[in-house]
Every structure is written in C-alpha cells, then in structure tokens.
Write a protein of this length. Structure first.
Length: 153
C-alpha cells in the first residue's frame, strides 16, 4: 500500500504545482479522500468482492463501521443504526458491502491496493483542476474510462 504523501507528490506534478503555490496539502488531501470515497462507492455499485466484509451479529446489534448494504442477506435486516435478525440471540454471519476508512494526514495509508493508486490520483487531480476552472474534459473522459475498467460483480 502507498501513503498519502506519495499521492500528494504525484498530484502536484500532474497539476503543475510542484512548488506548492496553488494548492495546500490540506486541499490535496481532502481531494484524495473524496477520490477514495468515489472509488469505494463505484466498486460497491459494481459489486466488487474486495468491498465485502463479514461478521457475526445478533438481534439489535449496531451496524458495523463502514456498513453500506447487505450482500443478499436473510434473516437479517437494518432498522436505522441497528441490525435485526429473526434468530434472536443466536449469532448469524452477515456479509455486507463496506466502505473504507478515509484519509486525513500525509502519513495515512491509501486504503486501497496499489492497483487503484492511479485512479485515486487522477480523480483527485481532476477535482483540483476543476476547482480552478481548467478544461477538464480529457480528465472527465479518463475518469469515465476508468469506471468502465473497474471490476464488475
């Protein structure tokens, strides 16, 4: 896995801001976090197995951290912030799509494998360029192409 600081360095090169004149590190980190959320939700929408987590639950268990949606689960359902089961206190193993932790510091690890590093960098760089009203049509086309390349469930 790579670190946020590595992504910041690559993004600065791509947006021509190596001397840190236009963008603060905090701005870039926020855009990396947004790119990570975009990637995670795209992978979940495509039902990617790497976004699936599992754990045992009983009736009225709190929803797991990062819980997004069930992976075809019965006899468990969600009511607000708790999970309900028809089995009472007997544990049931659930499978669910799970979002990853965000990033907020230069020392944080990118929460995806190196295979997705360039996707995250491209999306974050496009967000920065779009903020300054640069023509990002080629970046948009690239992001759309990336979406078609991501695994489908």
């Amino acid at each position: 896995m790579r670190y946020v600081t590595q992504a910041v360095d690559v993004i600065r090169q791509r947006v021509n801001d190596v001397l840190a004149v236009n963008y603060t590190s905090e701005e870039i980190i926020n855009n990396i976090d947004t790119a990570c959320r975009f990637l995670g939700l795209t992978l979940i929408a495509r039902r990617a197995p790497e976004m699936i987590a599992s754990e045992p639950v009983v009736d009225y268990s709190a929803a797991p951290k990062g819980f997004h949606s069930f992976v075809g689960q019965f006899p468990v359902w969600r009511e607000g912030a708790v999970l309900r089961t028809s089995t009472g206190n007997i544990p049931v193993e659930i499978r669910y799509f799970c979002t990853r932790e965000g990033v907020s510091l230069l020392e944080d690890k990118i929460p995806y494998s190196d295979d997705y590093f360039d996707v995250i960098v491209t999306v974050a760089a496009s967000l920065l360029l779009n903020r300054d009203e640069f023509d990002t049509s080629s970046e948009k086309a690239m992001i759309d192409a990336i979406g078609t390349l991501l695994p489908k469930g």
